[in-house]
Design a protein around this ligand. Structure first.
Ligand SMILES: Cc1ncc(C[n+]2csc(CCOP(=O)(O)OP(=O)(O)O)c2C)c(N)n1
Ligand SMILES: [Mg+2]
Length: 602
């Protein structure tokens, strides 16, 4: 059970009983009894917002606050004192963190959360996370406020900071391009239903963040709950047309060499499982798409061919592209010799300026449902067992060869003695971390290696952050808020420094969210250097070995958790790596975050 306001965590989908306010928000609470006699009952727009969150069954309000939120805080305190059920309040010291925690939590649970930021300024600061949520199709309600009366209403004493720049008159325009929908709340009378509508819209496919700019005046305005207190229904799940399913099933049954490329489907654990079932039934080999940000298929499954193992597509006579976003590169390069079927609830990503899936056919609607319907249709047909058996044997051999290749690669990776070889680090992670570990990836030049070498055995074992750098820690904390599974963030040294590090570590302690952070420290923005050399192989920078924008003289990463009593260790010697990982995981199990600064050879 989650305590209101706080540090507790929702191990289950927790629409929780509010019991204990967070110290950070409700400083020195006076006795409710004494308070009760003097307390005025403000039933206002703050209650309208909170009641909307309750009706949407939002578990958490993630907030990096501003003074427009006192009406909601009032309502939260009333919720607590009245022992009513409702969202818990999570205080964050940075907006990116607040948005990212909501993103992480929703990636795990599928349920949208609320994020309360401050005016236009806080919204801008949260923009990186909001943009990431748009790309990741993560539903959430983001709100911030401004003043409309600006001190000129003699009967409403608005604090002076709202005049003089804080109210920009339409902060929703700041995020028009990075939200699914952003508007001003029109009045105190529409506020409650607009928040409910925002929640319902956010979780409709394509899912994404919805922003509401709500005037402080609307929230201070008296509010009467509407007579309509309907139960808010879940978003409908759309299934593909049965004719389309039959068509694709026929293609599948006729194909001699069908291959699956799964890119973003594994975000939904049901789709992960449904793909295993379909693939098992027809002996379909699966490779993860080059832009995979999720674990889509068990990496140890005999039909798994690895990440972006596109050599197997050359003579594929049918490709099932499951949850495709940017699978082919360059985009004009069309793989295979036959048809490409795109299976997706949202094949066209409108946050992308350009996309070419080369789809000949679409199977629209819920991916898990599509895969199940395909399996049903194929299962109902008279399958010729012999070719399926041969196919299974062939691909199982290919899987074994792939796995053996990776093992050999790791075994042969000696490094140059100047730091830990990245493959040794990946091998050690796979060996030492518990099998159900959830990896959150915010590395750059090690990203492809990591997707190839780490084991993802079950759904939700891998998440990569969308959008700009600086979101890994918050996303990992949001994921941890939703699960008891161990969570490990793998992040480049450059990427780490884009994160609100201190603020995030503070949230880890305050809300009891222990994670392992492994800094892939190659002492620089190596991607920048590689990019420069790519375009100017014979240029001045190469000749002079003078690389601007790529060297990083970073801080002592391992010591950064010391402010919160967290464990940290710098590892430069491969021989000490496994012991360091074991110690760090022990600390995480004991309840504190651990930072390993692994100095790499490349
Ligand atoms: C917010 C943001 N700013 C800048 C960039 C540009 N950028 C892409 S990769 C990169 C370097 C990251 O360095 P690091 O995490 O150490 O990875 P490495 O390149 O060393 O593998 C930068 C700065 C970005 N992606 N996001
Ligand atoms: Mg680096």
């Amino acid at each position: 059970m989650v305590m209101a306001g706080i540090a507790g965590k929702s191990r289950q989908p927790s629409f929780c009983l509010v019991a204990k306010p967070a110290k950070s928000v409700f400083a020195a609470p006076r006795s409710a009894k004494r308070e009760g006699s003097r307390m005025k009952n403000y039933r206002d727009g703050g209650e309208a917002v909170l009641e909307a969150f309750r009706r949407l069954k939002i578990d958490y309000i993630m907030s990096s606050p501003g003074s427009e939120w006192s009406p909601v805080w009032e309502a939260l305190v009333r919720q607590k004192l009245g022992k009513a059920r409702g969202p818990a309040y999570i205080d964050c010291w940075h907006e990116t963190l607040a948005v990212n925690m909501a993103t992480g939590y929703t990636l795990m649970t599928g349920r949208p959360q609320a994020v309360l930021l401050h005016a236009g300024v806080g919204l801008l600061q949260g923009g990186l996370g909001i943009h990431g949520a748009l790309q990741a199709e993560v539903p959430m309600i983001v709100m911030s406020g401004e003043s409309q009366t600006l001190g000129e209403n003699p009967s409403l004493d608005i604090e002076p900071q709202w005049y003089g720049g804080l109210s920009v008159g339409g902060a929703e325009r700041f995020v028009e391009n990075i939200t699914k929908w952003s508007r001003q709340v029109t009045s105190p009378y529409t506020l409650h239903e607009m928040v409910i509508r925002a929640g319902e819209m956010a979780r409709q496919t394509p899912m994404g963040p919805i922003y509401l700019n709500v005037a402080l005046e609307h929230m201070l305005h008296e509010w009467t709950p509407p007579p309509d207190d309907r139960e808010i229904p879940p978003a409908p799940r759309l299934e593909p047309d049965s004719g389309d399913v039959a068509k694709v099933a026929d293609l599948l049954l006729a194909a001699k060499n069908p291959v699956v490329v799964a890119e973003q489907s594994g975000r939904d654990p049901r789709a992960f499982t449904a793909l295993v079932e379909l693939s098992d039934l027809l002996a379909l080999p699966v490779t993860s798409g080059r832009g995979a940000y999720y674990a889509n298929f068990p990496t140890e499954h005999p039909l798994y061919l690895g990440s972006a193992s596109y050599q197997h597509l050359d003579d594929a006579d049918l490709i099932l592209l499951v949850g495709g976003r940017s699978p082919w590169y360059p985009p004009r390069r069309r793989p295979g010799t036959g048809k490409i079927v795109a299976i997706s609830d949202n094949p066209f990503k409108t946050d992308m300026i350009y996309q070419n899936l080369h789809a000949d056919l679409y199977l629209g609607g819920d991916i898990a449902a599509s895969l199940r319907l395909l399996a049903q249709a194929a299962g109902a047909a008279k399958l010729d067992a012999e070719p399926v058996k041969r196919r299974r044997e062939k691909w199982s051999r290919a899987h074994d060869a792939w796995a053996a290749g990776l093992n050999a690669e790791r075994a042969n990776a000696q490094g140059d003695g100047k730091g830990v070889e990245p493959l040794a680090l990946l091998g050690a992670l796979g060996e030492i971390l518990p099998p159900d570990t959830i990896y959150v990836d915010e590395t750059i030049t090690h990203g492809q290696l990591l997707r190839q070498h780490l084991p993802f055995r079950s759904p939700q074992s891998f998440f990569r952050t969308y959008g700009g750098l600086g979101q890994g820690i918050g996303t990992a904390l949001g994921i941890k808020l939703a699960t008891d599974r161990p969570v490990a963030l793998l992040v480049g040294d450059g990427g780490f420094l884009y994160n609100p590090v201190i603020q995030s570590l503070g949230a880890s302690r305050q809300h009891a969210l222990p994670i392992l952070i492994v800094v892939f420290n190659n002492r620089g923005y190596m991607a920048m250097q590689k990019g420069h050399v790519h375009h100017y192989p014979d240029g001045a920078a190469v000749a002079a070995d003078m690389h601007l924008g790529s060297r990083l003289d970073g801080p002592d990463y391992a010591a950064m958790g010391s402010h919160f009593g967290f464990h940290g260790e710098r590892v430069e010697d491969s021989g000490k790596l496994k012991a360091a990982l074991r110690t760090a995981m022990t600390k995480v199990r004991e309840g504190t975050t651990a930072i390993l600064n692994v100095v790499l050879s490349r």
